[in-house]
Design a binder for this molecule. Structure first.
Ligand code: NI
Length: 433
């Protein structure tokens, strides 16, 4: 029998706190889950440093990836099955893309990608197409199959309907992470009726659309997303931990390049520090390895690396002040100067961080980052863009909200025993004490 059609003799299930069970019948999916590249996702947290703010947020990308797979499985095996516009042949392609969509994430992706100028999506492509266990499983389906899966994840596939299931403004990825992140952080936002959403989903020419009767479930999803961004994803304390992590990696790289002798050699980072990240090295990195270095670098001779690592380990994070870079750019340069005068390196200890989100956007062809709109399927068979029908969605459509904060170690400034006058100036500029 063809490998792509091979079923397990008995269905396997994973107990899942969000979807109750994740069901696996296909041999291909079972084999992919067993690869070492997929198992690596167990060692990468879904929400990076968020566990330092919401202690429940220890869940991994492994669980999320299974969740996205399960949602797509329900769509293909139940909601879309035998519907016009849906080609059953796309089922396995959709399931594999869903399962593997986050495969290239590194440890603490946000900080990691920033410092080393990497892109997890590029690594996802390399893992699917390169010399890996995942690639060998996909090859058994067909010689071109790895490429097809990679194209769906990269959104370059001609099969737009399948792409929209995995990445659009209302896709299985977002549905899973909103519910999962709400569950594990324990917040009361982020919940919406996924049963209802899936029930009203329909395959259309080139995207999944939602029956008009389910509009309120879609609204609920958009509002959860909006609230999760500001209450969880952009939480200032999480960002503070991220800022410190970014500076740790940055400092270690600077030291490595300047021939500093580490007490604990960063062997896992050599190829990254040299700006030649090799796939094999990248796959060896996970959050256990990162936390190991942060732990042992507390003993380094370099005072900056030592201090930043100690802060991270003991959660002695930077404090923050609201900051408007457009109006207060002079404040920033004055602070930098004062920091230098009192012996604190502003490159590591005075950090401007900005977050911004666009909760929902409708399609404006040709514009930068154009997004496919969410379309409602009206009773007469026409499609209507969501914000034309929903007042709630219209109110937040296309509105980008940005939040700027300045991060700094308040304890350093408080503990200063000399430079009394400068200490007061710094405190005033940072609106502290
Ligand atoms: Ni994802």
């Amino acid at each position: 029998m063809e490998y792509s059609k091979l079923k397990l003799s008995e269905e396997k299930v994973f107990k899942d706190p969000v979807h109750r069970y994740v069901h696996v019948r296909d041999q291909v999916i079972w084999d992919l889950i067993g690869t070492k590249e997929f198992q690596r996702l167990r060692r990468i947290r879904q929400l990076g440093t968020t566990y330092l703010t919401f202690h429940g947020a220890e869940h991994s990308r492994f669980g999320h990836s299974l969740g996205v797979y399960e949602i797509v499985r329900r769509i293909t095996d139940d909601v879309f099955k035998d519907k016009p516009n849906w080609n059953g042949k796309d089922r396995l392609l959709s399931l594999c893309a869903a399962l593997l969509h986050d495969l290239g994430h590194g440890p603490f992706s946000h900080s990691f990608e920033k410092v080393f100028n990497l892109d997890h999506e590029a690594f996802t492509q390399q893992i699917i197409l390169g010399n890996t266990e995942v690639n060998r499983v996909l090859q058994k389906v067909g010689r071109n199959f790895p490429k097809k899966v990679a194209e769906v994840i990269a959104k370059t596939s001609e099969n737009k309907l399948v792409v929209s299931l995995i990445s659009s403004q209302l896709d299985a990825d977002r549905m899973d992470y909103l519910l999962r992140d709400a569950y594990f952080t324990g917040v009361s936002y982020g919940h919406f009726d996924i049963e209802r959403l899936l029930r009203v989903m329909r395959p259309h020419d080139d995207q999944a659309v939602f029956k008009y009767s389910g509009m309120h479930a879609v609204e609920d999803y958009i509002m959860s997303r909006y609230q999760m961004y500001w209450q969880v994803y952009f939480h200032p304390v999480t960002r503070s931990a991220e800022v410190i992590l970014t500076k740790i990696l940055h400092r270690a790289k600077v030291l490595y390049v300047s021939d500093y002798t580490f007490r604990h050699q960063p062997v896992h980072f050599y190829s990254l520090f040299k700006n030649e990240p090799a796939l094999a090295d990248y796959l060896k990195l996970d959050e256990h390895i990162m936390l190991y270095y942060i732990e042992v670098w507390q003993e380094e001779d370099d005072p900056i690396l030592r201090d930043l690592c100690t802060r991270f380990v003991n959660r002695n994070l930077f404090k923050y002040a609201e900051f408007d870079p457009a109006k207060e750019f002079q404040v920033h340069s004055r602070l930098e100067k004062l920091f230098r005068e009192v012996g604190i390196d502003p490159g590591y200890y005075l950090v401007l961080d900005s977050s911004s989100d666009l909760p929902y956007d409708f399609y404006r062809p040709g514009e930068e980052g154009e997004r496919l709109p969410i379309n409602l399927l009206m009773k007469n068979g026409e499609l209507r863009e969501l914000s034309r029908e929903s007042d709630i969605v219209e109110a937040i459509s296309g509105k980008r909200r940005t939040d700027h904060k300045l991060y700094f170690p308040l304890d350093f400034i408080k503990d200063m025993t000399v430079h009394g006058d400068k200490k007061r100036q710094i405190a005033a500029l940072l609106k502290q004490f």
